[in-house]
Design a protein around this ligand. Structure first.
Ligand code: XIL
Length: 370
């Protein structure tokens, strides 16, 4: 049994890894410049302390990125930050400081996420109900979007409204039964977009989700459910402008199928929607310990995925979820069983470019200008 498993593992690894794959690049320029040369935005998420207190990281961030999205500070409640300390309070201090950092370094600023079923403050469950949910949503979106009116590139208005596994859903539309759904019904999504559009007519309004990247039954069902949602929203005139594809990729997947992913992107674009890659990283927790091999496989995933995605002219931005392995949420959420540090992002913990950086650079250099 063990023998066959290790044979499978070896077979799988040789399918994932091309030892002499070329990741050379024509010209070493910051990723934001290589992307901008094709009218694509490159950016990343970061946390308050990373851009305010880690000067070395902040400098690299400003050098490589043209857009900043707070990982925590514009969620209702995340990590050590409470945007919503109580039903009647908003604490914009951290997000304001990050906006100031962005403006100082000429970075665009994007908001994540106005309506989600996660990162809700403790008081939410005690306070929000069928009667007041619409007013709570309206108060939150009007106040937060209004506070940053005219200064945001885009907002993730609704995040992850489709079931993790739509095949397991009792609903044909695959909608998650989130608190917002339970209190307001399926139209909570349309309502959120309409309130946001009124609060800031200039911001790009995005529906953001994950799990559409591979040719698995689950991802194909998720693609169908997201397309169905987008079609329904467009048909009712919802002011939605783009789909955000999180692109939390797996270094160990053998299910990547360029053709079906490309078709999905085409169908989204045909709805007159832009597409943003909003949270890209490559989970290497199931890859071998050997760093050279791991980095090569991760870089191959970045380049293979982006070569497909950037072929779609509607794709206007590539945003990674973190910029350096020094700060990645995967360390906590998907640690390696060998306890080795994970290596999912373009820069290593010492802020040095990895092959993943080359892969992004190559993808930007090889794609067409928008
Ligand atoms: C994650 C953060 O990175 C973590 O620090 C936090 O504990 C949980 O949320 N999809 C999303 C992001 O839309 O908001 C999530 O970010 C990662 C998955």
């Amino acid at each position: 049994m063990l023998g066959s498993r290790s044979i499978f593992q070896n077979h799988k690894l040789s399918a994932l890894d091309t030892p002499n794959r070329d990741f050379s690049i024509k010209e070493w320029l910051p990723l934001k410049e290589l992307a901008a040369d094709k009218n694509i935005l490159f950016g990343a998420s970061a946390r308050y302390n990373q851009v305010i207190s880690d000067e070395q990281f902040a400098a690299l961030f400003a050098q490589e990125c043209s857009l900043l999205v707070p990982e925590w500070e514009l969620k209702w409640s995340a990590g050590d930050h409470q945007l919503r300390p109580s039903p009647n309070e908003f604490d914009f201090s951290a997000a304001d400081a990050m906006l100031n950092f962005a403006q100082t370094h000429n970075l665009l600023f994007r908001g994540h996420a106005l309506i989600w079923h996660e990162s809700l403050p403790r008081w939410f469950q005690q306070v929000v109900n069928h009667q007041n949910a619409a007013n709570v949503m309206k108060h939150h979106i009007e106040t937060v979007v209004g506070h940053y009116k005219g200064r945001m590139h885009s907002w993730d208005v609704v995040n992850e409204a489709i079931e993790y596994d739509p095949l397991a859903s009792q609903r044909a539309d695959g909608l998650r039964r989130t608190p917002w759904f339970e209190f307001l019904g399926p139209d909570y999504i349309d309502l959120a977009f309409r309130i946001a559009a009124k609060a800031d007519p200039d911001a790009l309004l995005v529906y953001n989700d994950f799990g559409i990247d591979y040719n698995t039954a689950m991802d194909k069902a998720k693609r169908r459910a997201i397309l169905g949602l987008l079609k329904r929203l467009k048909a009712k005139g919802t002011p939605i402008h783009a789909l955000g594809i999180q692109a939390h990729l797996r270094g160990d997947s053998l299910d990547f199928d360029p053709k079906s992913l490309r078709q999905f992107l085409k169908e989204v674009a045909a709805l007159d929607l832009k597409i943003l890659i909003t949270e890209m990283d490559v989970n290497d927790s199931k890859l071998p310990a050997d760093i050279q091999r791991r980095d090569r496989i991760v870089a191959g995933v970045y380049e293979d995925y982006l070569s497909v995605v950037l072929d779609e002219p509607a794709v206007i931005a590539v945003i990674t979820w973190g910029l350096s392995d020094r700060y990645t949420y995967l360390s906590k959420f998907f640690p390696r069983s060998d306890h080795q540090p994970v290596r999912p992002l373009p820069l290593d913990t010492n802020l040095q470019p990895k092959l993943a950086w080359n892969a992004l650079a190559r993808a930007f250099q090889q794609t067409h200008k928008r």
